[in-house]
Design a binder for this molecule. Structure first.
Ligand code: HEC
Ligand code: HEC
Ligand code: HEC
Length: 419
């Protein structure tokens, strides 16, 4: 199903309001501006590329036609309706004149990424011949481009493509990526990583890894400063460094609709490890520590219990009680749709002082930045996320509670889509 209207309202809030706060904190004056978006699939059922669900998506289709996007883009390669998830073809490298097929573009990337790309394609994808659609933006506060209603409609349209047939990206985010065994470390691997990094990452994270790449000023949620190495989506407690497998996993998965970090599942495992090696080398703390396939943490049976499979009523009721007792609703809202920073009980900031824009929407697999698999949810609950999401490992009495809460949080996600 499409994101509910409340969800899109939430996304709109986290994408627009906090910019004012974020702007001043990182990378000098990033500028700030409202980011009006109707959100992916706003209103009504998303029914795919041809039958569009909302007024915004329909208007977006008209903008797509008027801007002649089809001159370079086909929309043939939609997701297969049945069978295992067949992900769209890897993003074309080297960049050719013809744009990639957009048949499964819906929910592949965040609105944030789409806006930055429409505004400055070659900044986000070096060498891209796609023309910049500057007329779809107006100057925002502090010089940050602000999407017009037409840009928001166009992005709503892009976010609907293919999803009526099957939401492959939601399925992708619900599965835990496999962490391949790491190759031998050394100069050659690091050099490979450095090359790939310059091509695929520096536009956002900066050549020196400081999070201040060319595109950074266009993004609502700032790219991570890889030199400071304060990571969020990991399996180790609080201030501890991430496991190598955590970095490999987030690189594979990206951060979905929640922020602009793309998914690099399409790179061969050795290249992903080369990038992990590069990323670690930016940080004095993580440098020269070799590469280790991680022990799966948090410990405990990782296999999905009956609670995940069938939404067993008893476990769900217990999970709901824990959700209430542990105060989850206080920061995520009763329905798990998330809260903007201003609504939360504290002033949320990460270890670098940058604002944490919101607690995150837990109701759609694509909106969860750290992944939507049972393990991803369990990691977030047990070890926390960044500075602001507390660790509940000690508060949960035993495996049964942990499982029940995990099952409840998983059940907040809309019913699985697809066949
Ligand atoms: C001159 C050809 C050309 C035109 C016209 C063009 N594009 Fe592109 N587009 C490309 C190329 C090449 C890429 C791949 C490189 C990149 O990411 O910029 C691309 C990438 C994209 C992507 C990213 C796909 C992905 O997920 O990797 C989207 C979305 C997109 N274009 C949308 C549009 C829209 C919307 C328009 C009309 C406003 C448009 N394009 C017009 C050539 C074009
Ligand atoms: C379009 C911009 C963009 C590109 C390109 C990009 N990233 Fe990111 N990256 C981000 C943003 C934004 C975040 C912060 C995500 C969040 O907190 O939700 C991030 C976060 C990360 C994190 C931290 C995850 C955590 O657990 O805290 C790592 C590691 C990372 N990126 C590595 C890379 C690497 C390696 C590449 C290239 C292969 C890359 N990124 C390309 C935008 C980008
Ligand atoms: C004090 C406020 C607070 C409380 C209480 C809280 N959370 Fe969170 N939670 C957050 C914030 C803020 C984030 C995002 C952190 C960030 O981006 O740095 C988050 C992130 C998460 C995530 C990861 C979201 C993603 O995008 O991947 C999950 C899952 C989650 N919380 C579940 C829970 C559950 C379950 C509870 C109750 C046991 C809970 N939270 C209690 C503030 C809170």
């Amino acid at each position: 199903m499409a994101l509910a209207p409340e969800t899109s309202r939430f996304l709109r809030r986290i994408l627009s309001v906090p910019l004012l706060v974020l702007g001043a904190l990182a990378c000098g004056d990033r500028g700030a501006g409202g980011r009006e978006s109707t959100g992916p699939g706003a209103g009504g059922p998303a029914v795919g590329a041809t039958l569009l669900g909302s007024d915004s998506e329909r208007s977006g289709a008209a903008v797509y036609e008027r801007e002649n996007c089809a001159r370079c883009h086909s929309q043939l390669d939609g997701p297969a309706v049945t069978g295992p998830v067949r992900l769209p073809l890897p993003q074309g490298r080297p960049v050719s004149r013809v744009g990639p097929d957009l048949g499964a573009e819906g929910h592949r990337r965040s609105d944030d990424w789409q806006y930055a790309h429409l505004y400055a394609p070659s900044a986000i994808t070096p060498g891209s011949p796609m023309p910049a659609s500057r007329s779809l933006f107006r100057p925002g506060a502090h010089g940050r481009p602000e999407p017009t209603v037409e840009a928001a409609d166009l992005v709503a349209y892009l976010q609907a493509l293919g999803r009526g047939r099957r939401d492959v990206w939601a399925e992708f985010r619900r599965s835990e990526p496999e962490v391949a065994p790491p190759p031998a470390t050394g100069r050659a691997l690091l050099e490979r990583g450095t090359l790939l990094y310059a091509e695929l990452c520096a536009s956002c994270h900066g050549l020196s890894g400081d999070g201040c790449g060319e595109v950074a000023p266009l993004l609502a949620i700032p790219p991570r400063d890889l030199t400071a190495a304060h990571y969020r989506f990991k399996s180790t407690p609080g201030g501890e460094p991430p496991e190598d497998g955590d970095l490999y996993r987030i690189l594979t998965l990206g951060t979905g609709l929640g922020s602009s970090m793309p998914a690099f599942y399409w790179l061969p495992p050795e290249d992903r490890w080369a990038l992990v090696s590069r990323v670690k080398d930016f940080s004095p703390r993580l440098r020269e520590t070799g590469l280790l396939a991680s022990a799966a943490r948090p410990e405990g049976p990782g296999a999905e219990g009956p609670a995940e499979q069938g939404g067993e009523a008893g476990a769900l009721a217990r999970g709901r009680r824990l959700w209430g007792d542990l105060g989850c609703a206080g920061c995520h809202g009763a329905e798990g749709r998330g809260m903007a920073r201003e609504e939360g009980p504290f002033v949320w900031a990460d270890p670098d002082g940058a604002a944490v824009p919101g607690s995150g929407d837990l109701t759609h697999a694509c909106a969860l930045r750290g992944g939507a698999s049972p393990r991803a949810i369990e990691r977030a609950i047990v070890v926390g996320v960044g500075l602001m999401m507390p660790a509940y490992g000690d508060a949960l009495e035993g495996e049964e509670d942990r499982r029940a809460l995990r099952a409840f949080v998983l059940a907040l996600q809309d019913a699985p889509e697809g066949p």
